[in-house]
Design a protein around this ligand. Sequence first.
Ligand code: PMP
Length: 387
Amino acid sequence: MSRPLLMIPGPIEFTDEVLAAMSLPSPSHVAPEFIAVFGHALKDLRAVFLADESHQPFVIAGSGTLAMDSAIANVVEAGDKVLVVNTGFFSDRMADICRRYGAEVDSLDAAAPGDTLSAEQVAVQLEKADYDLVTITHVDTSTGVLTDVQGITAAAKAAGALVVVDGVCATAGEAMPQQAWGVDVYLTASQKAIGVPPGLALLVASPAALDKWRQRRTPVASYYSDWGYWLPIMNAYEGLSPAYFATPAVNLVLALAVSLRQLLDEGMDAIFARHQLMSDAVKAAIGAMGLGQVPTASAHAAHTLTCPRYPQGVDATMLGYVRDGGAILAGGLHPDIKGDYFRIGHMGAVSRADVLATLGAVESGLRRAGYALEPGIGLAAAQALLG
Ligand code: PMP
């Protein structure tokens, strides 16, 4: 292979068809052909999020942080009480964004990096104050922790709060039927399991989220994020007519249309099952190699990435050896444990061959770093599951 595999938790390996769409001559953002593609992509986005026409998709040029900013800028007003279900680095970011828009934020923190919070723990906290909004990080990319969006959303709804979920490291990898679970704003970015190079912020808002925005007493403090500008644009594209607020990232939208079609052709349930299988294989291999993982229980370990702890005597130098062996991995991110672990992304169109090649590179990297490891022991564990 001429280049190493990019096996980090985003950006990921993209399909040839998506990359080909990126390289087309840029269309005008008001050309009828482009409008048709964008309009269709908006419908497909709802289908990928498992929501119907009552839900409003937004596709905005920007990264996942913009998607977080857009959700909060629109549904939060100064003085609102927000409960952040905090499982790591990206939950901290959500809390900061809420504070920036004037919310009174309570952060309910997982006991330690690698832990999650249960719906019961959140329900207890919900009794202590009258929260307007609960935020959840579906998969915290800093710890590889998967949080119970379904259970926590049910608890939040019972307490009368809206729910915003950061799905940046989960969407199209972890099961997430937005409408069935009652999530009010589910947000993500293009560069992870959605399968498009970085640069698109993607959100789907429920009728209740749109009502909260419509009933605001104060203007949205962010000019670029204001749904008041974006809603007419999204409606126009879906209605196949031209409109302009800010120039869409046309090539990324072409690529998004291709990727969403590929996802829907495979089927969301099949995609979730495939992510589970790849994740099980990687985690089995890491276990067979004798390495621990950051999530404190396999029941709340994400299926989009794996966070192995370095064995005794090995540090991040090993990642250079893994790269020599053909796979680019990510280092630690959570500030409390940054130097203790690394991260393997396995979301999107990751094949069995990609997983095995990556695990082979991890084995050789560990051995070069001085860790005594029987060659093939991890690969055998993965192959037992992958067949
Ligand atoms: N939330 C989560 C869970 C993430 O993993 C990331 C990016 N790794 C973000 C938010 C921020 O996204 P971006 O880097 O695209 O701004």
